[in-house]
Design a protein. Structure first.
Length: 344
């Protein structure tokens, strides 16, 4: 959990190293970027170097302060997250740490509060946090971590120094998955699907990938059948599992992205050798040959709308998928062949 353990985030790490070396660490950072790319690890690594007994370009990782931070038992470093069974971080949790932030460090050199995910603060909790951000105590640091920084209050964002984290390289994801015991073929497919996010990669490992691939295949075919009965059955099966539904829809977006790529570059050897193309095989070839870019764009927009309805508006997963399928089955112009895929 040191800086040395963070992959593909050189720009962010350089910002932190310069700030520490010059003793110019701000009172608040906003770590923004895709999920599962190292933002939380970077927050812990920064807390370690600020409290390390022998800091240099990195923390030592073995002193008492470092080991306590690694073990989540350091009295001067707290991680505030989503409570079990809750959808938002309540104001009570913010109020509980505000008094703690005002007290001098007990064992370390700096008080560090990490809130992850900050975009799930309730409006009341965000407003309460704003007071602490406006009147920071010297020697304290607040780190907000967000996958959707635009959803934070503008007044919160304006009081934090923003640091952008990018997606991991596909080769990095493959290496990390191989370290976790996946074989080369599955690692390559998952790395191609997860858009540089280890959090998304975790959704595509094991037997879940095959099951979700079947769901995506059925949704794509059923959405354009004469009757969408199979798609409605899948929607009903997903109704009680929000995370599984999101995983299926995100996988569907990746497949459609590959499909668009195939359709626009049918002779590109790189596309033909894509891990996703090899994995999904006939389905993508069939859809690529029959579907127009306009219809593919319609499908992608429908999936995005379903994901947004679930994540931003808390829509029931079954209703979101049913609405998506109906949007995908919109009227076609000129009787496009795409509209009859699967209706052989």
């Amino acid at each position: 959990m040191r800086f040395a353990d963070i992959r593909d985030q050189d720009s962010a790490l350089e910002i932190f190293k310069r700030a520490v070396a010059r003793d110019k660490v701000p009172h608040a950072y906003l770590f923004e970027g895709p999920p599962g790319v190292g933002k939380n690890i970077a927050a812990r690594a920064l807390a370690m170097i600020l409290n390390c007994d022998e800091p240099g370009d990195d923390s030592c990782g073995v002193c008492v302060n470092c080991r306590k931070i690694i073990g989540d038992v350091h009295p001067d470093v707290r991680f505030l997250g989503l409570p079990e069974g809750k959808r938002r971080i309540p104001i009570e949790m913010v109020r509980n740490v505000q008094g703690w932030m005002e007290i001098r460090p007990h064992e370390g050199k700096a008080k560090v509060l990490v809130i992850d995910p900050a975009d799930l603060l309730t409006e009341q909790a965000a407003n309460a946090l704003l007071k602490t951000l406006e009147e920071p105590r010297a020697g304290s640091l607040i780190i907000l971590i967000s996958d959707h920084a635009s959803s934070l209050l503008p007044t919160i964002r304006s009081r934090c120094q923003s640091v952008r984290f990018g997606a991991l390289d596909e080769s990095t994801v493959v290496d990390l998955l191989l370290e976790k015991g996946l074989d080369k073929k599955e690692s390559a497919v998952v790395a191609a699907l997860c858009s540089g996010s280890m959090e998304r990669a975790a959704r595509y490992t094991g037997e879940d990938l095959a099951e979700r691939m079947q769901a995506v295949t059925a949704l794509l075919r059923s959405a354009s059948d004469n009757t969408p009965q199979n798609a409605m059955a899948i929607a009903a099966a997903l109704r009680g599992d929000r995370d599984e539904t999101l995983a299926v829809l995100e996988l569907m977006l990746q497949v459609l992205d590959e499909l668009m790529w195939l359709r626009s570059s049918p002779s590109d050897e790189t596309v033909a050798q894509s891990a996703i193309v090899r994995f999904f095989g006939d389905l993508l070839e069939d859809l690529a040959q029959r579907g127009s870019p306009r219809r593919m764009a319609q499908y992608i927009a429908a999936v995005y709308k379903a994901i947004t309805a679930m994540t931003r508006n808390n829509m029931n997963p079954q209703l979101a998928v049913e609405g998506m399928v109906m949007a995908m089955r919109g009227r076609t112009s000129g009787g496009e062949a795409w509209g009859r895929i699967g209706a052989r």
